[in-house]
Design a binder for this molecule. Structure first.
Ligand SMILES: CC(C)(COP(=O)(O)OP(=O)(O)OC[C@H]1O[C@@H](n2cnc3c(N)ncnc32)[C@H](O)[C@@H]1OP(=O)(O)O)[C@@H](O)C(=O)NCCC(=O)NCCS
Length: 159
């Protein structure tokens, strides 16, 4: 499993949306609720995927399917919001950590200076992932917003 590395999807947006929909469908209800902060099912999955317009998408292909996906959405010329998810049977194997590391590198190449990630305060795995990049956190109700500075991240990458 650990040989599978995140790669940027080169596909046109129509195909990326189909890939996203397939991945969202394969997530458990719990993981989907953590990813979208709401218990999304069909037809919500289709609606969400068909409206997605990410700046870039990174994915880890396992057994011919994109099982771990990071999406980055441009919010300004220097800032992007990211979302990521790993299909349940593959969680806990380091894919999330590798995706975030690759996402930081790709975001830098795209000219971003900072990233944010919005997640439930109960989401311990995401909290750990963000802490590893020295994120700062802001509370919004039952959620946390992690802010990752890409300049600060570069000192972590080189250490
Ligand atoms: C969050 C998520 C992407 C993490 O992916 P993953 O591949 O399971 O994560 P990793 O295996 O790289 O583990 C990352 C860290 O979290 C820890 N971790 C993993 N699952 C955990 C859990 N359930 N509780 C506490 N810590 C956990 C790991 O031990 C690791 O910490 P370490 O580096 O100190 O060992 C994955 O759990 C997921 O898809 N969750 C549902 C969607 C979601 O929450 N998305 C984030 C909000 S957009």
């Amino acid at each position: 499993m650990s040989a599978c590395l995140p790669e940027r999807l080169p596909h046109p947006i129509i195909e990326i949306r189909q890939i996203l929909a397939g991945h969202y469908r394969r997530l458990s209800a719990r993981s989907r609720a953590l990813r979208f902060l709401s218990p999304i099912r069909e037809p919500g999955i289709e609606k969400l995927a068909s409206a997605a317009n990410p700046e870039f998408v990174l994915a880890v292909e396992i057994d011919g399917l994109n099982r771990a996906i990071l999406e980055a959405f441009r919010l300004s010329s220097t800032h992007a919001e990211i979302g990521l998810s790993v299909e349940d049977p593959f969680q806990g194997h380091g894919y999330g950590s590798r995706l975030l590391m690759a996402g930081i590198s790709e975001a830098r190449k795209a000219g971003f200076e900072s990233l944010s990630l919005f997640f439930s305060s109960q989401n311990k795995a995401t909290l750990k992932l963000c802490r590893a990049w020295k994120a700062t956190f802001e509370r919004e109700g039952g959620c946390l917003v992690a802010h990752i500075s890409l300049s600060r991240a570069s000192s972590i990458e080189s250490s």
